[in-house]
Design a protein around this ligand. Structure first.
Ligand code: BF8
Length: 655
């Protein structure tokens, strides 16, 4: 492939060419070797759920029309989609569980140390550095506790933290029929009612509490149960349960991840930072933290500041230690500490191809096993850390929260000691990098606008801003890297739509300068949005963080819905995953829609083989939850459709 076909990012282009010259296989070659991809798989009409199969349905209307059990194309497509949603929700939510357990462990350690007579006040405040994890944002802890109805008066931080963690953990495994506590604590009543009535509206009153998730784990387990051979066969009920499962992710697993990470590591505030492969430094030990959970990357960032390890790096001839991020864990430390981010999903192999990375430290999700193969061509060490994610050929330094500092130092030391193995002649770091403002948590946005969202709401009502679009999600090698991300962003901003975003979209946007206030002066931003951005000194698009932080977008939408006293689906708000790839992206898209945000997908999900399923997803859901999917691979047409939806919502609101 020509380098121009794979990406619009000059650093990826440069490293891709280099990989080709060196004979290193990358994601694009592997995609090519998969061609032609299975047509049944692309349409979603193959079923491997039992051993009478595998079965597949003739997409042209001939035989076979049914699988061995009698399931038709729509049943099979719906079941496959539900399994994707469940896997995506599981990944986000297991991450959330891990964060909640970390908060609980820290609170229990504080309790234990206190009993052992160690400094009492610091432990009660969970501010002691004898603890592996502390409470960095006391205000946020109290705010979350208050939402959950947890008493804060007259109690220690330790006690409050413990109870918040317990309530969160209870939401994963409780067995009653009530909605999860976090959803009840965060969601406005009008949208709650939409969820409650969804079953009735879909003609399935036996969905007693509609699509209100009862427990995060239970809905995921039930997804697997329903899709087992011989269980649920109606695409409507299968998809309704898909919405419910995704809502357990949205207002449960992911929300818990975001909120409790803010408590443990600090709530992001606006800060300037840099993005793209140019953040790697030739004369430093480069460590790339890659994956999703800041429980690890936060500690690596801390350990890299250890004077002894810096001294060791200098002893080996480096100037110091340079930690940079990749994918969502990169966004976590970018948002909270301004740690530079080296790239998004399709740049993980490219970072190694620079020849300048001593260690890529990985935890969970979106890490290609191929990183190990690419690393073999250089001195780079892939260090896997999560007990649930092992990479053959990598070094295993498994993480344990109770010994977090010690293990983080061991990992950083391993990277430092690898510096002498770097071959200087084989280093080529692209020079491109871009600055941008990041850290737009809901709290940071409120602070910026004087404690209220009124300025944004007024600008929307006046029509200066037409609406808000949440742009999220991955890279996918089926799409030229970042191409759709940037095109859709520009097309929306030109139409005066304010952007908020997360995940690999956010890293893409940052690389092209969209997170600089000056971007408002470009021709890619309409006059109304320009005026608004300038008036408030913000970029025309706001980086709200990692993929679990899509819940920040939900919380923001919820606040506006409350202010206007309408359900979320009444707002002039749209979502988009222009280059969607993962099952997590499917779960996010589904929970955006279920929550009332009509959402565009730029990559066609494997559903086209089920015409009823397609109709439900793109039309019928408007009557059930007030929002639906738009599927459109062309970024220009997609932006137009999203804008039309915003304008329709404005008209309905009478603005
Ligand atoms: O959770 S955007 S490729 S990195 S899935 Fe993965 Fe997609 Fe990137 Fe993070 Ni989100």
């Amino acid at each position: 492939k020509n380098y121009k076909e794979v990406s619009i990012d000059p650093t990826t282009q440069q490293m891709y060419e280099r990989a080709q010259e060196m004979g290193i296989e990358t994601v694009w070659e592997r995609l090519e070797k998969q061609q032609p991809q299975c047509g049944y798989g692309l349409l979603g009409i193959c079923c491997r759920n039992c051993m009478m199969g595998p079965c597949r349905i003739n997409p042209f209307g001939g035989e076979p029309k049914r699988g061995v059990c009698g399931a038709d194309a729509d049943t099979i497509v719906a079941r496959n989609l539900l399994r994707m949603i469940a896997a995506g929700a599981a990944a986000h939510s297991d991450h959330g569980r891990h964060v909640a357990l970390t908060l609980l462990i820290a609170a229990e350690m504080a309790e234990k140390f206190k009993k052992e007579g160690k400094p009492v006040l610091e432990l009660d405040n969970m501010a002691s550095n004898t603890l592996p994890y502390q409470v960095r944002d006391v205000e946020k802890l109290k705010a979350v506790a208050k939402r959950l109805g947890i008493e804060t008066e007259g109690r220690t931080i330790r006690e409050i933290a413990k109870e918040v963690a317990e309530v969160a953990l209870n939401d994963f495994g409780k067995q009653d029929e009530e909605a999860i506590a976090f959803l009840k604590a965060y969601l406005n009543p009008k949208t709650y009612e939409v969820f409650e009535k969804a079953g009735e509206k879909a003609g399935m009153p036996w969905f007693e509490n509609g699509i209100l998730p009862r427990s995060i784990d239970r809905e995921i387990v039930e997804s697997l149960h329903r899709t087992h051979i011989g269980t649920d066969h109606d695409p409507v009920s299968i998809l309704l349960h898909g919405l419910k499962t995704s809502l357990g992710d949205a207002w449960g697993g992911s929300l818990i991840a975001t909120e409790l990470q803010d408590i443990l590591f600090g709530t992001p505030q606006v800060i300037k930072a840099e993005a793209n492969l140019g953040v790697l430094k030739e004369d430093y030990v480069n460590i790339v933290v890659h994956g999703h959970e800041p429980v690890l990357s936060e500690k690596i960032v801390e350990a890299a500041q250890d004077p002894e390890l810096i001294e060791l790096a200098q002893k080996y001839g480096a100037k110091g230690i340079n930690v940079v991020g990749m994918c969502c864990t990169g966004l976590e430390v970018l948002m909270r500490h301004g740690i530079p981010i080296a790239g998004n999903f399709l740049q993980q192999e490219m970072a190694i191809v620079t020849g300048a990375v001593e260690a890529m430290v990985v935890d969970v999700q979106c890490i290609m096993p191929a990183t190990v193969d690419v690393a073999r061509c250089f001195h780079t060490k892939i260090i896997d850390t999560s007990p649930i994610a092992t990479f053959p050929g990598a070094i295993h330094i498994k993480f344990d929260e109770r010994r977090a500092d010690e293990i983080a130092k061991e990992i950083v030391k391993t990277a430092v000691e690898n510096f002498p193995n770097r071959s200087k002649q084989r280093v080529e770091i692209p020079k491109e990098k871009m600055e941008g403002y990041v850290g737009f948590s809901v709290e940071a946005i409120l602070k910026h606008f004087g404690g209220t969202l009124k300025p944004i709401e007024d600008a929307i009502i006046e029509g200066k801003i037409k609406g808000v679009a949440g742009l999220v999600g991955c890279n996918n090698p089926k799409v030229k890297q970042d191409h759709n991300h940037i095109k859709i962003a520009n097309e929306l901003m030109k139409r005066d739509v304010l952007l908020v975003g997360t995940g690999c979209w956010a890293t893409a946007a940052m690389k092209y300068g969209i997170f600089l206030p000056e971007y408002a002066d470009t021709e890619n931003v309409g006059p109304g949005l320009r005026e608004f951005a300038k008036e408030w000194g913000i970029p025309p698009a706001l980086n709200m963080g990692s993929c679990v932080d899509c819940t920040r977008i939900l919380v923001l939408a919820d606040m506006v819905a409350r202010d206007l006293n309408v359900p979320i689906h009444a707002l002039p708000v749209v979502g988009s995953a222009p280059e969607a790839m993962t099952e997590k992206a499917v779960s996010i898209g589904t929970y955006f829609v279920a929550s009332g945000i009509t959402t565009h997908l730029g990559v066609v999900p494997p559903v086209l083989g089920g015409p009823k399923v397609v109709k439900i997803l793109t039309h019928d859901l408007y009557d059930i939850v007030g929002a639906a999917f738009i599927v459109e691979p062309d970024p220009y047409k997609a932006a137009k459709k999203m804008y039309d939806h915003i304008m329709k919502k404005r008209k309905e609101l009478g603005i």
